[in-house]
Design a protein around this ligand. Structure first.
Ligand code: NAD
Ligand code: WQD
Length: 337
């Protein structure tokens, strides 16, 4: 199976590419390297024993996409390419609608023209409305609160409409909860530019001495220890979810949506403690006011993915922290070290 992986040089895309290669599929990456480094291709070659084909370009380039689909006889597409910072999307909404919505539209048009009908799309738990009942099921009310979240919701709606328009389309949206961790070898991991927005890369940079202390955003939430609770999922489990969605989606008509999470919430302080165990020392933290837009607690009901895809998260918080630490300790400055 030849699979086009847009955004395949990124954090989740690169580890999914490796998972596809190890399962005997042929991924073809397409990335504009706006948020990734070409060195990841060397790491993939080292781990997989062969170098994946990589096209440097933008998902909004219709001619390039059509040419790539034809030249590589693509059977299915996994679409990761896009921007993902919630705060930035509030300040630059047009960049988010352009990359995420327009990018998906162009990709779908190229697929339609070239007769490629299977797509797996990176959606997010951020599409759910606030104040939903926990755990979140796929049929919970939707209503994202940021331009980033709305861009994901819009694409889901496009996929749903397209699947209804004619038979033959197999379109799957995977709603990730909080992806963390790295490849267990420590060779591939998350390498955010600038100050990390997300909890786990921030803790990892404190552990390696790049940041002084973790800023804990709020300890007055209605949660057991007062800090925010999320459903963290190991990126290796997530990668396997894409492999299954791609293999099982191929030839299965319609629009399908799945939560990918562990179904278990962990607090900021619980994550910090788990990371301290992994890196073997106490990590400094300071309590700050709540971060605007944050919810107190949410986690997934991932039973639909288990029932229909045969997917269940296998790796726990110890593996998430140990692998993340292995990556960070051996690459203190990310891919540039
Ligand atoms: P990432 O930034 O590491 O990877 C995205 C990749 O897409 C990067 O390599 C970037 O260079 C590329 N890219 C961006 N815009 C592009 C464009 N217009 N054309 C071609 N390439 C482009 O992010 P990630 O964490 O691997 O996330 C992958 C996908 O999963 C994104 O769509 C993101 O919104 C979604 N997602 C991520 C998370 C998370 O917490 N990491 C959670 C839910 C959903
Ligand atoms: C987790 C918890 C913070 C950083 C975001 C997106 C979501 C998805 C995943 C893409 C919260 C607390 C964080 C820090 C902290 N991405 N925190 N100090 O906000 O749950 O989800 O990433 O789709 O759409 O919104 O993830 O890792 O930023 O925060 O205390 O320096 O850690 O308040 O409780 P979040 P996160």
């Amino acid at each position: 199976m030849n699979v086009l992986v847009t955004g395949g040089a990124g954090y989740i895309g690169s580890l999914t590419t490796l998972c596809l290669m190890q399962a005997g599929l042929n991924p073809v990456l397409l990335d504009n390297f706006s948020n990734s480094q070409p060195q990841v291709l060397d790491c993939l070659e080292q781990l997989a024993g062969r170098r994946p084909v990589c096209v440097t370009g933008d998902v909004r380039d219709l001619a390039l996409l059509e040419q790539t689909l034809v030249e590589h006889s693509i059977d299915a597409v996994i679409h990761f390419a896009g921007l993902k910072a919630v705060g930035e999307s509030v300040r630059q909404p047009l960049a988010y609608y352009d990359n995420n919505v327009q990018g998906s539209l162009v990709l779908l048009e190229a697929m339609r023209r070239q007769g490629v009908r299977t797509l797996v799309f990176s959606s997010s738990a951020t599409v759910y409305a606030e104040a939903s009942e926990m755990p979140l099921r796929e049929d919970a009310r939707l209503g994202p609160s940021s331009p980033y979240g709305r861009s994901k919701w819009m694409v889901e709606q496009m996929l749903q409409d397209l699947a209804r328009s004619e038979p033959g389309w197999s379109l799957t949206a995977l709603r990730y909860f909080n992806p963390v961790g790295a490849h267990p070898s420590g060779t591939i991991g998350e390498d955010p530019r600038g100050v990390p927005n997300n909890l786990m890369p921030y803790i990892a940079q404190v552990a390696v001495g790049r940041r002084e202390a973790l800023h804990v955003f709020g300890n007055d939430y209605p949660t057991p220890d007062g800090t925010g609770v999320r459903d963290y999922i190991h990126v290796q489990d997530l990668a396997r979810g894409h492999l299954l969605a791609c293999q099982q989606g191929h030839g299965r008509d319609g629009f399908h949506v799945y939560n990918l999470g562990r179904g278990q919430g962990l607090s900021v302080l619980e994550m910090l403690k788990a990371f301290e165990l992994a890196c073997g020392r106490e990590l400094p933290f300071v309590i700050e006011p709540r971060r605007s837009g944050d919810l107190a607690a949410y986690w997934a009901d991932a039973s639909r993915a288990e029932d229909e895809l045969g997917w269940k998260a296998e790796l726990g918080v110890d593996a998430m922290c140990a692998d993340s630490w292995r990556w960070q300790a051996s690459h203190p400055m990310g891919y540039s070290t």
